[in-house]
Design a protein around this ligand. Structure first.
Ligand code: FES
Ligand code: FE2
Length: 480
């Protein structure tokens, strides 16, 4: 019996891993089917993607009435558009007559079209028999309707609407008419990130690739900083990388911390923290510059790097690290204000809770600062569990009118295209996908403290999927 028929037969046992199990940092494992199995990928098409709030695009990509784009995930295609009254609307991209896609969306191929989009849209005319729809999805034209002898109604000939909402300047959709609100879905994670006013940030660059691993392997590569010591070894020269991670219901956060105070997030738990070394004025600059230059000028800003470079001149030797950070932030804030970039006021307790990076379940990552965000989003690619559509983009707070014009750029996953740090991540992902297929692999045992975001991903996936269910692990694998 394959997994799909087990679901149909109701043979799936309920997941037993609760949020508390993760809070207590008990060891959890889960099967590899979520990454490898075609049945699982098929089931995602029914149980996951049509049931969840998912990010479509930045709202700024649809600035004017008549602007539209398609969002495509697994077998689903959604048309998202801005209406004349300025509101957003979303429909399934399918004609109710005989099921032609209303807007033709070719398969995504490397180097091909990232997403079908356009503007000045007044209506949608189906290319097959010419049925026509206005921007509210109402059917406005049918050839020879009398042939149906009166059974055609506005309700059975209109487009199928999809829920749409905005958070953080992102457009989100949910295909499930009975879903919870987006606000409820975002929960505490949304409340915390709201303080960073991500809605006011704009694209700095955006890139995509088809990458040879499952979408979950890809997102997991950016969920936890536990891999920094093993993967990004060059960064150890500038900072310690002890990670903290914590579930927030659906979503989860990670941060840096010290091994000594391991259960406490500190104010410098994000990217703006002191470097290690004898002189933190110097190492703080070296840490942020290294991060900035090797992660494609994304995980910081020019302003922050330049302000850090002046620390050695502006702060006396021997100043405690916390004061160095405070000075750095104050002077960068002043520099930005002078060029018209106003920082949001993030209360210290929010700053501490906000950590380094959020995993917004299931497929969106945001590594945030007060003036920037480095983000990832992944989706499955075709019917191949070994491939994904991988996207990364940088957001930044720009002076009004100085936002760069950007578009999605296809970029092969190399260091030249993505920066040397991402290239190091790429050098793992493909081989995690391969390695998990080994008959000698016992099963994943993520670090319950530092890789809790990975466990939380699978805990929540199991709730929707009823497959790949995690379980407590006592350290003994069953002989099999
Ligand atoms: S399928 Fe669209 S008009 Fe026939
Ligand atoms: Fe990494």
């Amino acid at each position: 019996m394959n997994e799909l028929s087990k679901i149909a037969a109701g043979n799936i046992t309920a997941p037993n891993i609760t949020a508390k199990v993760l809070d207590d940092e008990l060891q959890v494992t889960y099967p590899t089917e979520a990454f490898l199995s075609r049945d699982y990928l098929e089931a995602e098409k029914q149980r996951l993607w049509p049931k969840i709030w998912q990010m479509v695009e930045r709202e700024t990509d649809l600035p004017d009435p008549g602007d539209w784009l398609t969002y495509n995930v697994a077998d689903e295609s959604i048309v998202v558009l801005r209406k004349d009254d300025g509101t957003l609307k979303a429909f399934h991209n399918v004609c109710p007559h005989r099921g032609r896609q209303l807007v033709s969306v070719p398969d995504i191929v490397p180097g091909g079209v990232h997403s079908v989009r356009g503007n000045m849209r007044k209506n949608f005319v189906c290319g097959f028999h010419g049925w026509t729809y206005d921007l509210d999805g109402n059917n406005t034209y049918i050839l020879d309707p009398q042939d149906w002898k009166g059974i055609l109604t506005p309700e059975n000939t209109c487009l199928s609407e999809v829920k749409i909402d905005i958070w953080g300047g992102y457009i989100y959709i949910n295909m499930d008419p009975d879903c919870v609100s987006l606000k409820e879905w975002m929960g505490r994670a949304g409340e915390i990130l709201d303080h960073f006013e991500i809605a006011k940030m704009r694209y700095k660059w955006r890139q995509w690739a088809i990458y040879p691993c499952n979408w979950k392997v890809a997102i997991e590569a950016f969920l936890e900083p536990y891999h920094v010591a093993g993967t990004h070894t060059q960064l150890l020269a500038y900072g310690d990388y002890y990670a903290l991670s914590k579930q927030y219901g659906l979503h989860s956060v990670s941060s840096y911390d010290t091994r000594e105070a391991k259960f406490q997030m500190s104010e410098s738990s994000g990217t703006t923290r002191a470097g290690k070394g004898d002189d933190p004025r110097v190492s703080t600059y070296e840490l942020i510059r290294e991060n900035y230059e090797t992660i494609n000028f994304a995980a910081s800003t020019d302003t922050l790097v330049k302000a850090a470079s002046r620390l050695v001149d502006e702060v006396p030797e021997g100043t405690p690290p916390a004061e160095i950070i405070a000075h750095w932030m104050a002077s960068a804030k002043q520099d930005d204000a002078a060029r018209g970039v106003i920082w949001p006021e993030v209360p210290p307790e929010i700053m501490a809770e906000a950590g380094l990076a959020w995993g917004l379940w299931p497929n969106q990552n945001i590594l945030h600062g007060v003036t920037f965000a480095l983000c990832y989003r992944v989706r499955p690619y075709g019917d191949d569990p070994d491939k994904c559509i991988f996207e990364s983009y940088a957001l930044e707070r720009f002076p009004p009118g100085e936002e760069p014009k950007t578009e999605w750029v296809h970029a092969e996953p190399t260091g030249e295209n993505w920066g040397s740090v991402l290239a190091q991540d790429f050098s793992n992902m493909e081989f995690v996908q391969k390695g998990m297929k080994s008959s000698g692999f016992r099963g994943p045992i993520p670090n319950p403290h530092q890789e809790q975001k990975v466990l939380n991903l699978h805990r929540n996936l199991a709730d929707f999927m009823g497959m790949g269910v995690p379980r407590l692990f006592d350290g003994k694998w069953e002989k099999g």
